[in-house]
Ligand binder design. Structure first.
Ligand code: AHR
Length: 725
């Protein structure tokens, strides 16, 4: 059988009973046996001849002459110095999608409240718990007395129907009585910093001013304080700047609002912000934004994830309740991840986050299905939800002359946002009702395309009734080997179908953030995404964030960790960053010889569902062991500058010499750069206390050229940047 041009697929089905002693010949780059790319199988199951193969024991299901697929000549236990990579630098196997590397985000692991969203007060509108003012304490200093309680009898507004009542019975002189907020695992204090404090209050029988201050937990140190003017009998906003001096950075502090005389005061929407990225008033933490900016992500998929769905229809991400002044946002119970969401990170804030980091929004709209199995039937029942989605798109993109564009302008952002991708729902394959997503998707798709024909509409599960533009696929793998074993999956995917967005994936090794083993699995996988980025046009790791404090994490293995004071990138973060920052615009064909493998026992198949309460499927028998390469690679080229980027992942615990042969150029410069992320053991990691233990090192290297041998360190991810002529 002869292979053909790049991208064409041949199927060779060998009938049962004729699988012995069968030979096949072709000039293809990849042969797939048992759904795995194989050219030279272990135990002599497939033997490669010059232009042919003998197939004694394996059923070949596909022969795919895809020029850019890596030619794996895998041999278990093969000598470590036998690897040869051949790069055809004058050929283009595919174009690298300019949207390939992006971010996925949702409210999980205290990603926003207690995370990126810079608000420092927890339970600022007293709605986290309807029974008691959690995260608030009564302060009674020097014999002052009083009580603190939720008061539904003094509503602040329709969105915030309960206020906090402080009844001061005894105060005066040094006696002070007040309320103190503990923040999200502490109120962080940094030196010489100006914090913006605000709250709403009204009073009865209270003459004295209020003092607002950041105070150490032991009460010994007042880091910053200000006095609010006299409080009146009706709700009014009070604002102050709390400026610290030479304070030592610490999180063991509280925000205290206290009275020095008797009377009753009610509070609502108590807020404290540090300086934010781009000085946005309702903005994001600078340190975490910087970590993201350093990745140069092309897009942001939001607001979920399970978070967009909610466990019930009532607790979905209801975007219309997330816009406008924060004091008018009701917030909602994020029951997908079991904590209150202030919705301070609302639709406009997501879009501004995109704007701030030059990312394209990938807007996920609620599609009529929630995690606990509540769904809306297609047809008239679904129509209000479809209209909500259309309004949402108009809020993002409409001009000032449109209803929702005008609302966005009123909310402070007159200019429309660029929006090219809208995703309908999240993981709708979990909606087990036959045809439910087909029907729901079709209704959304038709309405979106009717009004916004240029928008790319993303499906979250396969549908047959409409030609969606992109399919969002999710892959969470339980080990480095498991993730690596899938690194060639897309090499053999039919190109005729829709494009793919790998919208959630991770090698789930390490908690709260992945370790080096996770990063190695990720990098192996990403060589496959990049090599196939004519098909895989976007990818985003998930989850993005975790608050590393006890109680902060609902989902282990998250890209970026933080607490109140600091933040860090995991080794997997740096792997992402290296891939995102260092690539060309075209994929080069690479073939390989002598790639070493190691045996891996795949786990028994089992389902996975992120949402709490989802039933776990019964265990099934484990499949046979597999040989998985310990070396992964891909190459791209900047067609303007001529730079070649060779990415090489050495998962082994030994140094790996690799012979690189580059053809098709008149010369390759001897000098180049190596960006290397490596660790001394697979379970080495970064943490909040050791944030930069594993970071990429950039070095100038000599001895490159059209033919050279370079040794790659154990447990390493390397980008070799070479200049071709
Ligand atoms: O990333 C965590 C969860 O995994 C997402 O919310 C959901 O889409 C997936 O199940």
């Amino acid at each position: 059988m002869a292979g053909g041009d790049c991208g064409r697929m041949f199927r060779l089905q060998i009938p049962p009973g004729r699988r012995q002693n069968l030979a096949a010949e072709w000039n293809a780059a990849v042969v797939v046996a048992h759904n795995r790319p194989v050219l030279d199988g272990p135990q002599g199951r497939i033997a490669l001849r010059s232009k042919g193969i003998v197939v004694p024991k394996v059923m070949i299901t596909k022969i795919i002459p895809v020029a850019f697929c890596a030619l794996l000549v895998a041999a278990p236990g093969q000598g470590a110095d036998a690897v040869v990579l051949r790069i055809k630098a004058d050929q283009v196997a595919a174009h690298v999608s300019p949207m390939l590397y992006g971010l996925m985000t949702e409210e999980i692991n205290f990603s926003y409240d207690g995370g990126l969203y810079a608000e420092m007060v927890r339970n600022r509108s007293f709605k986290d718990d309807p029974k008691e003012p959690v995260h608030w304490q009564l302060v009674q200093e020097q014999g002052g007395t009083g009580t603190m309680s939720l008061d539904p009898g003094q509503p602040f507004n329709d969105a915030i129907p309960t206020s906090l009542k402080l009844a001061v019975t005894q105060a005066g002189g040094r006696q002070r009585v007040g309320i103190a907020n503990e923040g999200f695992w502490g109120i962080p204090v940094k030196p010489n910093t100006r914090y913006r404090a605000s709250f709403y209050a009204k009073a009865e029988g209270f003459a004295g001013p209020l003092r607002i201050a950041i105070v150490s937990n032991d009460g010994a140190t007042v880091h910053a304080s200000a006095q609010a003017p006299r409080v009146t009998g009706s709700w009014k906003k009070y604002e102050a700047i709390l400026a610290t001096g030479q304070a030592k950075p610490s999180a063991e502090n509280r925000l205290v609002i206290s009275a020095g005389s008797a009377g009753t005061v009610w509070f609502s929407m108590v807020s404290l912000f540090p300086p934010t990225w781009n000085n946005r008033p309702n903005g994001n933490r600078k340190d975490i934004m910087q970590i993201l900016a350093d990745m140069k992500p092309a897009f942001l998929r939001f607001p979920g994830g399970n978070y967009v769905e909610g466990r019930t229809i009532a607790t979905r991400f209801d975007w219309k309740k997330t816009i406008g002044d924060i004091s008018e946002r009701p917030g909602h119970m994020n029951d997908a991840w079991r904590y209150w969401s202030s919705d301070g990170m609302g639709l406009l804030e997501f879009l501004e986050w995109c704007e701030d980091l030059h990312m394209e929004p990938v807007l996920a709209v609620y599609a009529g299905y929630s995690l606990a199995g509540e769904r809306v039937a297609p047809g008239a029942d679904l129509e209000p939800f479809v209209e909500d989605a259309i309004d949402e798109i108009e809020y993002a993109t409409g001009g000032a002359g449109t209803t929702w564009g005008a609302r966005r302008a009123k909310d402070g952002h007159p200019a429309p946002f660029k929006l090219e991708y809208v995703e309908v729902g999240n993981e709708d394959q979990f909606d087990r009702q036959t045809g439910s997503y087909e029907g729901r998707f079709a209704q959304f798709f038709d309405a979106i395309k009717a009004k916004y024909p240029k928008l790319n509409v993303v499906t979250t599960a396969r549908v047959s009734g409409r030609n969606s533009d992109v399919l969002d696929e999710h892959y969470y793998r339980r080990s480095e080997d498991e993730m690596a074993s899938h690194a060639h999956d897309y090499d053999t995917r039919d190109r005729a179908g829709q494009k793919v967005f790998v919208g959630e994936w991770a090698t789930r090794v390490g908690a709260p953030t992945p370790n080096m083993s996770g990063a190695l699995g990720d990098a192996a996988w990403m060589t496959g995404l990049e090599r196939n980025s004519d098909l895989v046009i976007m990818e985003s790791y998930a989850p993005l964030f975790v608050n590393v404090n006890k109680g902060g994490m609902q989902w282990p293995t998250d890209l970026i960790g933080f607490d109140a004071l600091g933040s860090y990138g995991s080794p997997a973060y740096y792997a992402q960053q290296m891939f995102s920052l260092h690539h060309g615009d075209v994929v080069l064909p690479v073939t390989a010889q002598g790639v070493p493998t190691r045996e891996w026992q795949p786990p028994a198949p089992g389902g996975r569902r992120g949402a709490p309460g989802t039933p776990t499927p019964p265990p099934q028998p484990a499949p046979p062991p597999q040989q998985v390469p310990t070396l992964f690679f891909d190459a791209t080229r900047d067609s303007q500058a001529g730079t070649i980027y060779l990415k090489l992942v050495n998962r082994a615990g030994t140094p790996q010499p690799v012979r690189v042969e580059i053809s098709g150029l008149s010369a390759v410069e001897a000098q180049g750069q190596a960006i290397t992320l490596s660790a001394s053991a697979p379970d080495d990691t970064n943490s909040i206390t050791e944030p930069t233990k594993i970071v990429p090192m950039t070095t100038n290297v000599e001895g490159l050229g059209a033919n050279f041998t370079r040794t790659f360190p154990p447990y390493s991810i390397t980008v070799l940047q070479m200049k071709g002529k």
